[in-house]
Design a protein around this ligand. Structure first.
Ligand code: GLC
Length: 730
């Protein structure tokens, strides 16, 4: 038997494998189109822009991602940073080359299953449903072609403004070279930003592609989801559990089974017979309801969304002009062509069905888009873009028909944009909440994101930190991962450890897949529930600080979760750390990431730090071994900070009636505080309050930056380690 097996082995494959690496030879440059270099300054950072059209006289397609329009001055080819060079190597491929000196770190690049430094690997950017990602996974749900390169206070940014597939080889062969292949036949632009400190670079990049507006306050609270809570009775019970057990929660999220056979913009009469009443009853208990909407529209001649979309030509097409059909949850389905303005307007208007019933926000899933029949969107060995007719389907862009791969990376962004606009149509002065799985640069203008189908594994708990840090550096502040893990059975220890970290994710949702055990905060023994409750309460106490951070993002592009090097740029130890992070400038988070551990090593940068829960003082610029029993809040406050914290609440409808306490850490401290109504856009016309706070010589001072909002809070301050709270007026 063994002998037979051995003789069946094909040794040629092994021989090929041995020869896999060859030094790459550059192909000949065949470019004979038009290109132009321009220079500008954006938010005090130098920006060079290269515009390329492969065909002379053709125009570059409109960008859906860039929103800034500074003055550009055309220049001759400048001296380029990092010895940057480019060429067209094939009709359907452009190549970019640059030097990567050993000390440069490579950051951002959107969603990568990787550590913080994405150097030493190849990264393919083609939006892909990646439900079982792991160490060898390449393409994932989001494709953000923004790379940050640098160290200490000198960083460059490279933004490739093209929705076509691209591969970043970031010195994978240790030759100190970077190489990007862009597979396209259309025109594109590339932006080189910097040099500048990391924070200024991200400020300039988010100035280029836009920032997130303030989210509705309720969306920052605890969200509970499951694929799926199958019927009305279960959803009502879920709500009852949270309120009876006094586990704070704001939002219940309905996955695909609320629909009638997965037809989008319907609800199941059988399982949700009183869908609208259920939502209003939940609203009376201060719950918001968010519903999932996937792009796939069930192919069904008796279903209005399908017949309408087909008759009005809103769907993607095949090369022979038919509606493109692929299988997803509803079976054979059509896919809205979001590149078309009319399709986006039509899709936006469909949301009235849900908003009329009281649905508060929309979750856009499967929007890479995922096709059950096409698992490998981009073959590994592809060296240039396939012919149009071989590209899954076709879209109709402003410039005419374009094949799918050329624009695939825009699909999630444009679907979220249409959804966002749909919510605004119905509620013009309410901040929309949209959650998206796919996206590209600028997705933050329309949606929060989560990082798809993770697993109830410690490895995925750990990876969530660098992954979310890179998402933040890519301009996307409102992000999280499924707390507890999506696939697999989550044991209580993991769930508690995940909540310890998750209370610091900007987007805070527990979600779990069909057929795995429930992992709600109350699904385990009473003492486990007690730990989860305390952690979720801590999240609610942090809300004023979290609101400050979103306000900071809006003005400066700063993410909420930041690598240590963001604030401690010259600290060489901080530069490599990605199992801890800064949550804003004033809180350092260092969670337990291993099963069975109670202690971990925490590196604290310069200054002194107070344990957020015990107030124990730790000296900075060194590592400490810190005890973190199950349920502990794994965070430290910076000495010199003033943190605004709220009282415990069950949901954000109670927020305005709670008092805000300014916690002063140290003898000399300063901070700021922002507040507004948390739901409308009135802050855009100046209806908000902003204060600068300081504590000096035993006295608390507050100076008003703006006071245009009437708040109902009471305010106090207290000093670290001191239970006495003094009432103050702002
Ligand atoms: C996808 C989503 C997941 C969702 C499931 C069913 O796998 O990523 O979050 O629960 O589809 O809709």
């Amino acid at each position: 038997m063994d002998l037979q097996l051995e003789t069946a082995i094909d040794w040629t494959r092994a021989q090929d494998g041995r020869r896999l690496w060859q030094p790459s030879e550059r192909e000949v440059d065949i470019f004979n189109g038009e290109s132009c270099w321009q220079r500008s300054r954006l938010e005090n950072v130098d920006v060079l822009r290269l515009s390329v059209t492969p065909t002379a006289g053709a125009s570059i397609p409109d960008s859906f991602t860039v929103v800034a329009s500074p003055d550009w001055s055309t220049i001759a080819q400048p001296d380029l940073p990092l010895c940057f060079e480019w060429q067209q190597s094939r009709p359907g491929r452009f190549d970019f080359y640059f030097k990567l000196a050993r000390e440069l770190k490579c950051l951002a690049l959107g969603e990568r299953f990787s550590g913080l430094n994405v150097r030493g690997q190849k990264h393919t950017l083609i939006s892909t449903d990646s439900p079982h990602h792991h160490e060898s996974t390449d393409a994932m749900y989001k494709s953000v072609p923004f790379l940050v390169l640098g160290s200490a206070d000198k960083f460059y940014g490279l933004y490739l403004d093209s929705p076509a597939p691209c591969r970043f080889d970031l010195d994978s062969e240790l030759t100190e070279e970077g190489h990007i292949e862009l597979l396209t036949r259309r025109g594109f632009r590339i932006y080189l930003l910097g040099p500048s400190p990391l924070a200024s670079l991200v400020q300039a990049f988010t100035g280029l592609v836009g920032r997130a507006k303030l989210p509705p306050l309720w969306s920052l609270g605890h969200q509970q989801c499951r694929w799926s809570y199958p019927d009305e009775t279960t959803v009502r019970e879920l709500a009852r559990e949270f309120r009876q057990r006094k586990i704070p929660c704001d939002t219940l999220v309905l996955d695909i089974d609320y629909m009638d056979e997965y037809r989008v913009f319907t609800s199941s009469d059988e399982r949700f017979p009183q869908f609208e009443k259920m939502i209003s009853d939940l609203a009376a208990e201060n719950f918001k309801v968010v519903t999932i909407i996937d792009p796939g529209v069930k192919q069904d001649s008796r279903y209005k969304q399908f017949t309408d979309g087909e008759s009005k030509d809103y769907f993607c097409k095949t090369a022979d002009g038919k509606t493109f059909i692929e299988k997803v949850w509803p079976g054979p389905s059509a896919f809205p062509d979001f590149l078309k303005r009319e399709t986006r307007a039509w899709w936006a208007s469909q949301h009235k069905f849900l908003t009329d019933k009281g649905v508060a926000g929309i979750w856009n899933d499967m929007n890479e888009p995922a096709f059950f029949g096409v698992t490998k969107i981009l073959p590994n060995d592809l060296t240039e873009l396939p012919d149009d007719k071989d590209q899954i389907c076709l879209h109709e862009a402003e410039e005419g028909i374009v094949p799918h791969l050329e624009v695939r990376n825009l699909y999630g962004l444009l679907m979220s944009r249409s959804t966002h606009e749909g919510l605004l149509l119905e509620r013009p002065n309410q901040r929309p909440f949209v959650l998206s799985r796919s996206g590209t640069a600028g997705i933050q203008r329309y949606a929060a994101v989560w990082l798809g189908d993770n697993k109830s594994w410690y490895e995925h708990l750990r990876k969530s930190i660098p992954m979310l840090l890179n998402i933040g550096l890519s301009g996307i502040p409102f992000a999280g991962v499924d707390i507890g893990g999506f696939w697999e059975n989550a044991l209580p220890e993991l769930v508690i450890r995940w909540y310890e970290l998750g209370i610091f994710y900007p987007f805070f949702r527990n979600h779990c897949a069909l057929s795995f055990r429930g992992q709600e905060a109350f699904a385990y023994a009473p003492h486990v529930e007690e730990s989860a409750r305390k952690l979720i309460e801590t999240r609610y106490r942090l809300l004023p600080y979290i609101r400050n951070l979103f306000w900071e993002h809006l003005r400066t592009g700063a993410p909420l979760m930041r690598p240590l090097m963001w604030h401690y740029s010259t600290d060489p130890i901080a530069a490599d750390i990605d199992c801890q992070f800064m949550f804003g400038r004033d809180i350092l988070v260092a969670p337990i990431l291993e099963r069975g551990h109670e202690y971990r090593s925490v590196y604290l940068p310069a200054g002194n730090w107070y344990h957020l829960e015990t107030n124990e003082l730790f000296e900075g610029e060194r590592a400490h071994t810190v005890k973190m029993p199950l349920g502990a809040v794994p965070a430290f406050a910076r000495q010199g900070a003033i943190l605004p914290l709220a009282e415990v609440m069950q949901h954000t409808s109670e927020y305005d009636s709670k008092s805000i306490t300014f916690h002063v850490y140290g003898e000399h401290a300063s901070g700021s505080y922002f507040e507004d109504d948390g739901i409308t856009f009135d802050y855009e016309t100046g209806k908000y309050n902003e204060f600068e706070l300081s504590f000096q010589s035993g006295e608390f001072h507050c100076s008003t930056v703006r006071r245009e909002f009437v708040s109902s809070h009471q305010y106090r301050f207290c000093r670290v380690g001191n239970t006495f709270q003094e009432a103050i007026t702002l």
